[in-house]
Design a protein around this ligand. Structure first.
Ligand code: SAM
Length: 144
């Protein structure tokens, strides 16, 4: 982020220990809440270069419930894009393995110059944890 960059983070749970960095702001909130979207925007100095979501629902083990929760999270990310992300900006989002996440990936492919699924280096072997890495946001493609 360099000396002048800024990071704004939100989670339902407070960071422990809290971050102590002048360029970083974090607060407790629900990213599905439109008021939280506005609050993120207020903390940013205009639109941002990267939107990163490591959010994941608390799994219940009931497949329909977990899929619906994942879908709500991904839809929240989708609503955040036109509000927060600069043209040509990049997106990194954690995905669960489910049809809702596949549909989300398909929609993102239409909004970014490139999009691929990646696994983080730190992900333990055998884990199904994946991220969508989408680069080059093209908001003009909205509605295409
Ligand atoms: C896999 S953890 C990652 C946490 C953090 N990024 C880290 O690396 O420690 C998933 C996080 O998503 C958060 N989360 C889930 N649903 C959320 C929501 N609707 N709004 C904000 N945070 C949410 C949870 O509270 C949890 O901390």
């Amino acid at each position: 982020m360099g000396a002048r960059g800024r990071v704004v983070g939100v989670d339902r749970v407070a960071l422990d220990p809290p971050l102590e960095n002048a360029n970083t702001v974090s607060f407790v909130g629900d990213m599905e809440d439109a008021k939280v979207h506005e609050k993120i925007l207020q903390h940013l100095d205009g639109a941002c270069d990267v939107l990163l979501s490591d959010a994941a629902p608390k799994l219940t083990g009931v497949r329909e419930v977990d899929r619906a929760a994942e879908e709500r999270l991904l839809e929240a990310v989708e609503r955040l894009l036109p509000l927060l992300l600069k043209k040509e900006g990049d997106l990194l989002v954690k995905l669960l393995e489910c049809p809702e996440a596949q549909n989300f990936q398909r929609r993102m492919r239409g909004l970014f110059a490139s999009a691929k699924t990646v696994q983080a280096e730190g992900t333990r072997k055998g884990s199904s944890e994946r991220y969508l890495l989408a680069k080059g946001y093209r908001p003009a493609a909205l509605g295409d």
